[in-house]
Design a binder for this molecule. Structure first.
Ligand code: PGA
Length: 252
């Protein structure tokens, strides 16, 4: 059975007081609620240790929003897989479209990062998805195919089972526009088929594929009920405990 996951990507939001408060609210929520999915957060990296200290029983998985493709060395501003491992982080988001757009990340960078994350026992949440122009010109299936193949298909079957994929159409991120459940399901099924073609159906059935892009309390149930959608990567709605909790409860 593949895992069901609701993961919050906080992006570059919240000062330390607000971050601490939301983390504490989520701890309290997790300790008093039975959830039918795993709950993960990716706060800004400056708050990762605080999160690890707070979630002493791993109630909430703790992810970085990015990590370096290098082991260590002269890479100012970066954090490494080894550092994440040393604080016992759960994993890292890799290849988010904002990293691609503003920092020139490509799928070959993602490939290195995914491998490095796995070597350090971290769960990579590998993000992909097409832009609006690519969708309008009917290239979305090919774009996602190419992204998935370049970033992931050098992995072994055992390795790819540990990867979580987040399909995030760029045109739906932070725009309030969501892919319809059918549009999302089409791509999720496509990604799963690609994995099945390369690694076999059994492996493909074990890989969790999340949807991201304007998931909100009022659309989560419909999106998560699609057969190939195993949860969500949530931006804006993860910044508020009540909204995030409602999305988690879409699995109830
Ligand atoms: P959004 O962001 O939910 O604010 O659209 C999703 C993401 O970027 O992961």
């Amino acid at each position: 059975m593949r895992r069901k996951i609701v993961a919050g990507n906080w992006k570059m939001n919240k000062n330390v007081i607000d971050a601490q408060q939301l983390m504490a609210e989520l701890k309290d929520y997790k300790n008093n609620t039975t959830t039918n999915c795993e709950v993960w957060i990716a706060p800004p990296s400056i708050y990762l240790m605080m999160a690890k200290d707070l979630y002493e029983n791993d109630e909430v998985g703790v992810f970085s929003q990015d990590m370096s493709e290098h082991e260590s060395g002269a890479y100012t501003g970066e954090i490494s897989a080894g550092m994440l491992e040393s604080i016992e982080a759960t994993g890292s988001i890799i290849g988010h479209s904002e990293r691609r757009q503003y920092h020139g990340e490509t799928d070959s960078h993602c490939n290195k990062k995914v491998k490095l994350a796995l070597e350090h026992g971290l769960i990579p949440i590998y993000c992909n998805g097409e832009t609006l122009e690519q969708r309008k010109s009917g290239q979305h299936l090919d774009v996602v195919k190419n992204q998935t193949e370049v970033a992931l298909f050098t992995l072994s079957a055992e390795e790819i089972k540990k990867v979580v994929i987040a399909y995030e159409p760029v045109w739906a991120i932070g725009t309030g526009e969501t892919a319809t459940p059918e549009q999302a399901q089409e791509i999720h099924a496509h990604i799963r088929q690609l994995i099945a073609g390369k690694y076999g159906q059994e492996v493909a059935d074990e890989v969790s594929i999340l949807y991201g892009g304007s998931v909100k309390p009022d659309n989560a149930v419909e999106i998560f009920s699609q057969p190939d959608i195993d949860g969500g990567l949530i931006g804006g709605a993860a910044l508020n405990k009540n909204d995030f909790a409602k999305i988690i409860e879409a699995f109830n």
